[in-house]
Write a protein that binds this ligand. Structure first.
Ligand code: IPE
Ligand code: IPE
Ligand code: MG
Length: 245
């Protein structure tokens, strides 16, 4: 992609939806759809590295996804463990730093270990920041920040009268990374499904019909082109209209 012509968003967040429907469409078991989804993850990460996107946040498992059939949940957990164990070397070679956002305490010991290992190994990398949202919910994120803030107030290190947006922000996931510029959702659904809530206040949204396993380099390029057609005003006036009555 010609980055001299297209402005590259600094932080892209993706709701990777449509694995189940992709499997159905291809007459396959649902888990095959999730497996195909991991290939699309590898492609998206490659694209982000090549195009120097600073942060890529991928929604892999929501706090509500536990409600799915047990067999699907455990297959997803196995796939996640496999992905981490197998990809960590490649992430490292590509200078990618991995972070997980979400409440990992609910995961099995083995998966928690794979997560910690992958985070440790890539901790000093300085290239793409790859965030995987696992057992993540935007509401959990905000509630979790509130718990941490309450602890600070209780210990006396934070005065309630000093509490403002910036304080809250410091306790929210991804606060140490560029603000989310672009949210992509694949799979023909037009909702947030409890993904980042606080972080997307002024993000641009791009919803596409493509099912996640079919999300390839071309589709990602198209999302960047559409992003470039947007005029981000952040509540301000359109620059041309400043002098108009
Ligand atoms: C998204 O694909 C992956 C996860 C939520 C883990 P889905 O499994 O939701 O696919 P559809 O929406 O049923 O097609
Ligand atoms: C959102 O997809 C969660 C992930 C992509 C991980 P869902 O398939 O769970 O969302 P809903 O149920 O259609 O809102
Ligand atoms: Mg879905």
């Amino acid at each position: 992609m010609n980055s001299t012509r297209q402005q590259i968003p600094r932080h892209v967040a993706i709701i990777m939806d449509g694995n189940g429907r992709w499997a159905k469409q291809h007459g396959k078991l649902k888990i095959k759809g999730h497996r195909a989804g991991t290939e699309a993850v590898q492609n998206a990460v490659k694209f982000a590295v090549e195009n120097k996107i600073q942060s890529l946040t991928l929604y892999a498992f929501s706090s509500e996804n536990w409600n799915r059939p047990k067999t699907e949940v455990s297959a997803l957990m196995e796939l996640f463990t496999w992905f981490l164990d197998n990809e960590v070397k490649k992430l490292n070679i590509n200078n990618i730093k991995l972070t997980i956002i979400g409440d990992i305490s609910r995961f099995k010991y083995k998966l928690q270990n794979s997560i910690k290992h992958a985070i440790d190994i890539t901790a000093n990398n300085t290239g793409l920041q790859l965030n995987i949202a696992a057992n993540y919910g935007g509401r959990w994120d905000i509630a979790h920040a509130m718990v941490l803030i309450t602890e600070k107030v209780k210990s006396g290190s934070l005065l309630p009268e000093n509490l403002d947006e910036d304080t809250v922000n410091k306790f929210i996931s991804l606060h140490d990374q560029p603000t989310v510029d672009l949210v992509i959702r694949t799979g023909r659904e037009y909702r947030i499904s409890n993904f980042l809530l606080w972080q997307i206040a002024y993000a641009e949204f791009y919803f596409i019909d493509v099912l996640w396993p079919d999300f390839d380099e071309e589709a990602f390029k198209r999302a960047i082109v559409v992003f470039n057609q947007r005029e981000r005003r952040f509540g301000n006036t359109k620059p041309d209209n400043i002098y108009e009555e």
